[in-house]
Design a protein around this ligand. Structure first.
Ligand SMILES: Nc1ncnc2c1ncn2[C@@H]1O[C@H](COP(=O)(O)OP(=O)(O)O)[C@@H](O)[C@H]1O
Ligand SMILES: [Mg+2]
Length: 235
C-alpha cells in the first residue's frame, strides 16, 4: 500500500495566543470514509480549516503525496480537496441548477459528476432544479452545498457537521449521499458530533479531545469502548 491520500502529522494551529490544535495526527486513505468526532469546541473545524489553509497550520499535511502546508485555500482546492463548511453557503437567489453549475472548476473538463448524475443520486434536488436555493429546507440546502462541492470534482471531500439541525429523515438521506460519494471513489473526511451516521458509514473513526486525537479505530471498536464514548463523546 502506498502513502494515504491525506496524511496529517503533528498539526498545530493557533487563534491569537490560544493553542487550539496541539499535535493532530491522522490519515485518510483512497476511497475511505473517515470520521473525526468530538464534542463542541475540541478543534474539529479548526483541523479542516488548517488543512484547507484557512487557518495557518504548522506540522505536515500531505495530500496525494504533496506537502500542502503554506498553500492558499484556492490552491488546495485546485489540487482536488473539496471542503463543505458548517454554514450552508448557497446562493439563495440562484436556482438549484445554477448553484450546482457554479461549483464546476472548468466547463472544458468533465469530472466524475454531472448535474444529471447528482439529480439521479438525489431526486429531491431534481424536483427543485429550477427553484431558488433560498427556498429549500435546511436539509436540502445541505445536500446542495455538498453537491456543489462535488461539481468541482474533488478526490477527497471534507464535510463539517452535515447533519446538524436536520430531521432524522434528512440525516438518513445525507448518509446515503455520503455512501454513494465514497462508492464513486471519492474519499471523505466527515466531521460529526453525533455517532448516528458516523458509526454506520465510516471505515475508521478518530475521536478528538482538546486539540489532539484521543482514539482511533473501527466503528466496532468504538462501539465496544464505552469508556472512550463516555469521556469524550457523550454530552
Ligand atoms: N475564529 C476564532 N477565533 C478564536 N477562537 C476560535 C475561533 N474559532 C474557533 N475558536 C475556538 O477554538 C476552539 C476549537 O473550535 P472549533 O475548531 O470550531 O471546534 P469544533 O469544530 O470541534 O466544535 C474552541 O475553543 C473555539 O472557541
Ligand atoms: Mg465545528
Amino acid at each position: 500500500m502506498g502513502e494515504p491520500m491525506l496524511q496529517v502529522r503533528d498539526l498545530h494551529a493557533y487563534y491569537g495566543k490560544s493553542h487550539i490544535l496541539q499535535g493532530v495526527t491522522f490519515d485518510v486513505g483512497e476511497g475511505e470514509i473517515v470520521s473525526l468526532l468530538g464534542r463542541n469546541g475540541v478543534g474539529r473545524s479548526t483541523t479542516i480549516k488548517a488543512i484547507m489553509g484557512d487557518v495557518p497550520p504548522s506540522g505536515s499535511i500531505r495530500f496525494k503525496g504533496r506537502e500542502i502546508v503554506g498553500l492558499k485555500p484556492h490552491q488546495v482546492a485546485r489540487l482536488g480537496l473539496g471542503y463543505v463548511p458548517e454554514n450552508r453557503d448557497i446562493f439563495p437567489g440562484l436556482t438549484v441548477r445554477q448553484n450546482l453549475l457554479l461549483g464546476q472548476k472548468s466547463t472544458r473538463h468533465k469530472g466524475r459528476w454531472s448535474v444529471e448524475d447528482l439529480f439521479e443520486v438525489f431526486p429531491r434536488l431534481k424536483e427543485r432544479a429550477d427553484t431558488p436555493g433560498g427556498v429549500l429546507s435546511g436539509g436540502e440546502q445541505q445536500m446542495l452545498t455538498i453537491c456543489r462541492t462535488l461539481m468541482g470534482d474533488p478526490d477527497l471531500i471534507m464535510i463539517d457537521e452535515p447533519t446538524e439541525g436536520l430531521s432524522p429523515m434528512m440525516v438518513e438521506l445525507v448518509g446515503k449521499l455520503l455512501a454513494e460519494i465514497a462508492e464513486r471513489g471519492v474519499s471523505i473526511l466527515l466531521v460529526e458530533q453525533k455517532l448516528t451516521i458516523a458509526l454506520r458509514i465510516s471505515h475508521r473513526l478518530y475521536v478528538m479531545g482538546h486539540g489532539h486525537i484521543v482514539f482511533e479505530g473501527t466503528p466496532a471498536a468504538l462501539n465496544a469502548d464505552a469508556a472512550v464514548r463516555k469521556e469524550w463523546l457523550e454530552v
